[in-house]
Design a protein around this ligand. Structure first.
Ligand code: SF4
Ligand code: SF4
Length: 379
C-alpha cells in the first residue's frame, strides 16, 4: 500500500495536494449548536422537528468560556458551528473563531460582519430558487434567498450550501447562476424530507436528475463548484466500497454517547475525537443530525466527507481511487480554509477534470472528459 501511495504521489498535482494537507496537520473536530434559537422555521428542519432546541444555550459567559477552555485542553482544533442560527450570537461566535478553526452555517438573514470574522468560511444555506425558498423557508412571505444574496454580495468568505430536493433539479442552474454572479462559490447538499411530505421532496425517489445536473454545473463552472462528482455520487447512492451508509459505518458519531458504544467497537473507522454538542454545551447527542433521525434519510454532505476521508485505505488500490480520496480530502481542507484558500481555488478546475464527469466509478464518455482549459473556452 505504501508503495502504491509513493507511486501515485509521483504525479506532481497529487503530490502538491497531499503535501498541503500534511502541512496543514490533522483535524480534531467537534460540532457545536451555538444557540437553540433561530429567526425562521424551515420546512422539515431537523433541529426543531426533533426537539433539539430543548437543550437551552447557557446564559452566562463564564459557562461558555469554560466550554472553550475544556475543548482546547482536550485538543479540539476545528469546530463546525451550527444551531439554531449562529448569527444571533455574534459575540460567542467571535470567541470560537478566536480560539479554533471554524466553519459556520447560517441562513443568511443576518449578515455576519467582516470585523473579527475576516477569514471565516461561511456556509449560507439555500433550498431552491426564490419561489421554492420562500415557500420552504420563508413561511410563504419572506424571500430569504434575496436577503442573503444582498448580505453576502462579493463576500469571498461565503459559499452557498445548496440543499436540493429530488424533484427540483430543474432549478439548479438558475440558483447556481445567481450565487456565482453574486461573487460566491457553491457546495451542494440533499434534501431529506424529514416531515414525510413526499412527492418532489421525497428522498426515496432518488437523486439521479439532481446528480446529473450538479455534474453539468461542475462542467459549466469548474472554478466555482466546491462539490465533486465523486462526493455527490457517494452521498446520493449511500455506497462506499460495498458498504451502505448508516450508523454502522458513520464516522461522525459522538464517541462519549451511549448510543454509539457498540458502533465504535464494530471495526469500521470513526473519528475518535468527535462530539456533537447540544446548545447547553454539556450534553452530546448521537451525531450532528437529529436525535431520532433515521439514517436512511441522512444525506448530509459534511458527514459523507468524513466517511470518505476516514476510509483512505480503501482508496489505495488504484491511482483513480486515490484521486477520488485525495480530492475529497483537499476540498474539505480548502472549503474550511485549512490550506491557502486563494491558491487552492486555482486548483479547482484541475481537480474536477481529474475526477471526470460522474466520477471514475462510472464509465465516462470520452467527449465529456474535456480539459478545464477547453471548458473555459467553450470547446
Ligand atoms: S435556518 Fe437552520 S435551524 Fe433555522 S429553521 Fe432553518 S434549518 Fe432550522
Ligand atoms: S443520522 Fe446520519 S450522521 Fe447520524 S448516525 Fe445516522 S448516518 Fe450518521
Amino acid at each position: 500500500m505504501i508503495r502504491n501511495l509513493k507511486r501515485y504521489l509521483s504525479d506532481p498535482f497529487l503530490k502538491r495536494m497531499y503535501k498541503e494537507i500534511r502541512q496543514a496537520g490533522s483535524i480534531k473536530s467537534i460540532s457545536v449548536d451555538l444557540t437553540h434559537e433561530c429567526n425562521i422555521r424551515c420546512t422539515g428542519c431537523y433541529y426543531f422537528s426533533e426537539g433539539m432546541d430543548s437543550a437551552k444555550s447557557p446564559i452566562d459567559e463564564e459557562h461558555f468560556d469554560l466550554f472553550i477552555k475544556k475543548e482546547l485542553d482536550r485538543g479540539t482544533n476545528f469546530i463546525t458551528v451550527v444551531g439554531g442560527e449562529p448569527s444571533l450570537q455574534l459575540g460567542r461566535l467571535r470567541k470560537l473563531h478566536e480560539n479554533f478553526r471554524i466553519n459556520v452555517s447560517t441562513n443568511g438573514l443576518v449578515k455576519i460582519p467582516y470585523e473579527g470574522f475576516e477569514s471565516m468560511p461561511i456556509g449560507v444555506s439555500i433550498w431552491g430558487d426564490h419561489a421554492t425558498d420562500r415557500t420552504m423557508r420563508g413561511g410563504g412571505n419572506v424571500n430569504i434567498f434575496r436577503t442573503a444574496l444582498k448580505n453576502y454580495k462579493d463576500d469571498t468568505r461565503a459559499f452557498w450550501y445548496y440543499t436540493v430536493a429530488p424533484g427540483r433539479a430543474d432549478e439548479i442552474e438558475r440558483v447556481v447562476e445567481q450565487c456565482i454572479e453574486n461573487g460566491n462559490n457553491v457546495l451542494f447538499n440533499y434534501y431529506s424530507d424529514m416531515l414525510g411530505i413526499g412527492g418532489e421532496l421525497d428522498y426515496r425517489s432518488g437523486f439521479k436528475d439532481v446528480r446529473e445536473e450538479i455534474n453539468r454545473m461542475i462542467k459549466l463552472y469548474p472554478d466555482k463548484i466546491l462539490m465533486s462528482s465523486y462526493l455527490s455520487e457517494v452521498v446520493t447512492t449511500g455506497e462506499l466500497y460495498g458498504q451502505k451508509w448508516g450508523h454502522e459505518v458513520c464516522t461522525s458519531v459522538s464517541v462519549n454517547h451511549e448510543a454509539n458504544s457498540e458502533r465504535i467497537k464494530n471495526g469500521n473507522p470513526y473519528n475518535p475525537h468527535f462530539r456533537a454538542y447540544n446548545a447547553d454545551l454539556e450534553s452530546t447527542r448521537r451525531c450532528c443530525t437529529g436525535i431520532n433521525r433515521s439514517c436512511d434519510s441522512c444525506l448530509d454532505t459534511w458527514e459523507h466527507y468524513s466517511w470518505i476521508i476516514l476510509n483512505m485505505k480503501k482508496h489505495l488500490s488504484s491511482k483513480r481511487e486515490f484521486t477520488n480520496w485525495l480530492s475529497t480530502m483537499y476540498l474539505f481542507y480548502l472549503i474550511n480554509r485549512l490550506v491557502d484558500f486563494d491558491e487552492g481555488m486555482k486548483l479547482l478546475p484541475e481537480i474536477h477534470y481529474r475526477l471526470g464527469n460522474g466520477g471514475f466509478r462510472k464509465s465516462v464518455r470520452k467527449e465529456e472528459q474535456k480539459h478545464p482549459v477547453m471548458i473555459a473556452q467553450g470547446v
